[in-house]
Design a protein around this ligand. Structure first.
Ligand code: ZN
Ligand code: FE
Length: 253
C-alpha cells in the first residue's frame, strides 16, 4: 500500500507536508508553519490527522502546532533533545528509534547543524529533512558547527537515489545559483537550474527533490569532490573543511 504525499506552501517560503497511508487512513503532517492551510487541506481531502512530526524548534516550523493539535488531537512527535523548546511532545524520539504510520515505518536520524536538536524522519521513499539537507542546499549553521552539519549530510547521503527529499523552504533557485558560481561546468546542475526556473515562473514548488538529483547538483553534498575542492582553492583540505568553506561562502553570496 502506498503512502501519498501532499506538499503545501505556507507563510512566505515555508513548506509543510502531509503523508497519508491509504490502507489505515493514518495521516501525518511534517512541521506546521501555520495551521490554516493544513486544516483546510485535511478537510478538503477528508483525511483525519493522526501524527504531527517536528524536525526542529524554529518558529516557522512549529507556530501552527498548538492549533492543529487542539483541532485534531494528533500525537506530537519531536526530538527528545529539544523537548524543552518544542511544543509539548506526546512522543520524544532520538537517533535510531522508529515511528509508524499505518504499516509504514520511519527511522529517526539526528541531523544537527542548523539547530543542535534537528532530526529527520526517513520513510521508505521519503525523507523529511526540514532545514538540514535542503533542495539544492543545506540550512544555515545557527547552533551547530560545520563539522556537525557535514556529518549530518553524510548520514543522509546514504539514502537511495529514488528517495524524495522533503525539505522546509523554497530556496532551491538561490541555492543552485550559488552552486553554479563554483560548479558552472556541471551539466546536471545547469539542467536543474532550467527546470527550477520554469517551475518558479509557474509558481510551482521545487520540492520535494530526488536524492539522485541532490547527489549530482547539491554542492554541499559534493564537498569531497576534487573539482569542488579545487574551485574553492582548497585542493588539499579535508571534506569537512571544504564544506565549512562552502557554507561560509553561501552566507556571503
Ligand atoms: Zn529552521
Ligand atoms: Fe526554517
Amino acid at each position: 500500500m502506498a503512502l501519498e504525499l501532499v506538499t503545501l506552501p505556507c507563510l512566505t517560503d515555508n513548506y509543510t507536508y502531509l503523508l497519508h497511508d491509504d490502507e489505515t487512513g493514518q495521516t501525518a503532517v511534517v512541521d506546521v508553519p501555520e495551521a490554516a492551510p493544513v486544516l483546510a487541506e485535511l478537510s478538503r481531502r477528508g483525511w483525519t490527522l493522526t501524527d504531527i512530526l517536528l524536525t526542529h524548534h524554529h518558529d516557522d516550523h512549529i507556530q501552527g502546532v498548538a492549533e492543529v493539535k487542539a483541532q485534531t488531537g494528533a500525537v506530537v512527535i519531536g526530538a527528545a533533545a529539544d523537548a524543552h523548546r518544542l511544543p509539548p511532545l506526546d512522543l520524544a524520539v532520538s537517533e535510531g528509534m522508529s515511528i509508524t504510520l499505518g504499516r509504514h515505518h520511519a527511522r529517526i536520524i539526528e541531523v544537527p547543524g542548523h539547530t543542535v536538536g534537528h532530526i529527520a524522519f526517513v520513510f521508505d521513499g521519503f525523507a523529511f529533512t526540514g532545514d538540514s539537507l535542503m533542495s539544492g542546499g543545506c540550512g544555515r549553521l545557527f547552533e551547530g558547527t560545520a563539522g556537525q552539519m557535514w556529518a549530518s549530510l553524510q548520514k543522509l547521503a546514504t539514502l537511495p537515489d529514488e528517495t524524495l527529499i522533503c525539505s522546509g523552504h523554497e530556496y532551491t533557485a538561490a541555492n543552485l545559483r550559488f552552486a553554479a558560481s563554483l560548479d558552472g561546468e556541471n551539466a546536471a546542475l545547469q539542467g536543474r537550474i532550467e527546470k527550477v526556473t520554469k517551475a518558479r515562473e509557474k509558481g510551482l514548488p521545487t520540492v520535494p527533490s530526488k536524492m539522485s538529483g541532490e547527489r549530482a547538483t547539491n554542492i554541499f553534498l559534493r564537498a569531497g569532490e576534487a573539482a569542488i575542492k579545487a574551485a574553492v582553492g582548497l585542493a588539499q583540505a579535508s571534506d569537512a573543511e571544504v564544506f565549512a568553506d562552502l557554507r561560509e561562502r553561501k552566507n556571503r553570496f
